[in-house]
Design a protein around this ligand. Sequence first.
Ligand code: MV4
Length: 444
Amino acid sequence: MLKKILVANRGEIALRILRACKELNLKTVVVHSTADEKEMFVRLADESVCIGPPQVKNSYLNIPAIISAATIANADAIHPGIGMLSENFNFAKIVNDHGFTFIGPNIDHIENMANKIKAKALAEKIGLPIIPGSTKNIETLKDAKKISEKIGYPIIIKSTNGGGGRGIKIVKNENELKKNLELARKEAEQSFGNNEVYIEKYIQNPRHIEIQIIGDKFGNIIHLGERECSIQRRNQKIVEECPSPVINEEEREKICELTLEAMKKIKYFNLGTVEYLYKDGRFYFIEMNTRLQVEHTITEQVYNIDIVKEQIKTSSGKKISVKQNEVKKNGHSIEFRINAENPITLLPSTGIVRTYHPPSGPGIRIDSSLYTGCNISSFYDGLISKIVSTGNDRMECIMRLKRALNEYVIEGVQTNIPVLKKILNNNQFIKGNFHINWIDEIID
Ligand code: MV4
């Protein structure tokens, strides 16, 4: 059994992981940058080790410093959190090679899913529905023309080593293909150090729906239903809900079972999320995340399971606490992400939080790293708080969010709360009528 966990992350997610560790009676140690000395996650950990200057590449991405800290603190496991090193299979390998447990999936699964074309080929092999297009890298313009003609325009060009929406190009007709192929390659090279790209049929205005999976080392795998994550801006999710307002029980059962069967075929271990585009009643695999996700909270609320504790327990070699037939969906949950940013320009907003008064009351959960006097630094992601509303149904969640957002006081930095209030009052949102490009459309 694991005894001491090192959390290699910061902010609200580091806090969330510390809470799970404490409830499991595990000792905790965090690593932090010089800028984060006074952060809540440093205060709430049993121990902390400063590993470098503010820039993430010199601290939270500094693998030798993190391994040294784990060694000095005598940790047995490292939790990578979200972003940072969480999907870096090289890091996971180094963690294991140094005798620590990497809290996450098996390295070969992390590696396979990091390569989007390999992930797609594997998805097809294990029976998941994929989007028509190439299952190999595109070598030449001639290749690109051939495949695009076959599937029909519009097409989308994606980087093999990309993901999360960066560096994608949509091409409406053959005249625009050459230019966009070159651009996509150049951007892929710059962003990911690899110029490989592939082509798919472009799905217009789909929804983004993902399935939560947990596996243990005894071959037990369960799903915890779907999350609706369509409301996003510049590839940053803003609103997530569970269940999706457009998926009926029959569809849910079908896609969850299909996903579960696929995961059993590869003996998937630990947390995973299978992402789909959903359009006209059809699901299409896009990628798989091999880590804990920001929006795990809404699934926890609806399925009454602590996902982070399950993740740590399975990494300790224990069984998942529940069997699939004991998993019960109950009510509805919606998460709004609060970012420190100028709501119009979307530029980061930094500085000291002078007043912090979070809402509470029935059905409101706040996962936040804020406290009065804390500093919002320009070096890190702007996610400062998640507000998670849970109720018997979607409308109760919406009314609770309205009530709670009006209670929320954050002074000293600007936040996107005004945008969140607009979304809450939008009729299409209330009806559950939206897709991945919806925010851009209503803001225009
Ligand atoms: C797509 C697509 C439309 N058609 N693939 C973006 C990130 C990566 N996860 C996949 N992405 C997309 N792939 C086809 N064939 C639209 C997107 C997409 C997107 C998907 C999910 C959530 C937000 C998105 C924002 C822009 C584009």
